[in-house]
Design a protein around this ligand. Sequence first.
Ligand code: KG4
Length: 334
Amino acid sequence: MLILGIESSCDDTAAAVWENRNTLLASVLSSQDAVHRPFGGVVPELASRRHLESVYPVVDEALKRAKVTLADIDLVAATQGPGLIGSLLVGFSFAKALAAVKSIPFRGVDHMAGHILSAFLEETAPSFPYIALIASGGTTSLYLAESHTSFVLLGRTRDDAAGEAFDKVAKLLDLPYPGGPQVARLAEEWHGELINFPRAWLEEESFDFSFSGLKTAVLNHCNHCRRSGVSLPVAQICASFQEAVIEVLVEKTLRAARQREVPTIVLGGGVSANSRLREVFAKRSRQAGKKLYVPRPAFSTDNAAMIALAGYYSFLKHGPSEMVSDVYSRSSLG
Ligand code: KG4
């Protein structure tokens, strides 16, 4: 069965052709980083306009690279939510129109399900159940994945997502957008003492996250340096901030795995591209006797291959989506 996946939840337009025996025939992505960089963050109106320009060429390119035509496609799957409504509407409506015109079944997909299942795009796939930490620019959530279609939300951020916190701290330090990779790069240069920024552990049993207090602590530290006429220790701030984020992500994820007696952890979302995060997770998972799966960055960041894969399993369980179905801004997974 050949599945065409389409993703347009935020600022990347993506399309992929995936075959259900786990062969990825093509995965194409058009990034909008250059469009949003001058504004220091994603501008929703510009994002949806750019999706409109990109969606047809990106889908066309994916079909060409896969050496197939629409006549070969058995299922069209598109991100239904969560995300920016204007962005989602472009990919979702385009996918519905393709499916209707060509009489192909259509399935709307929750973007988070795509991230949770993205490890299945790799050759060595995890076994259920596993704990999935999805940390990106729009979300930071912990799930218990019980099957390809059953996910229990254990915790989520109460304010900023981890990637959003990286981006905002980068902005405070006058680093270009997207800030995550910039903060990570500068953090690598610092080998000295770390500033003890706060970790928000929240209630003892909680698997929720909170990063806004940490961001404010960084702002206060910057203001203090500026008032005292001291030049900003940018690399030290980046390393200290990054360490605080990573410690909370790693420890809460491991606690969830221990509490649920689950042997496996899967990471997803743009922040999982962070090499220090991968290093600490690898070390702490080994110590805790847990298996760790981290898909390559092309699969852990926003992509359409994970939407095709999640759409396939969702279609097997629920059948096609109604053509009147609409996009949504909050995840349907809880
Ligand atoms: O999943 P993703 O590609 O898409 C959206 O959430 O839209 O995640 C993007 C986020 C951004 O906030 C970016 O700054 C962050 O992931 N990110 C990183 C790194 N690479 C990307 N954060 C920390 N370290 C990185 N190396």
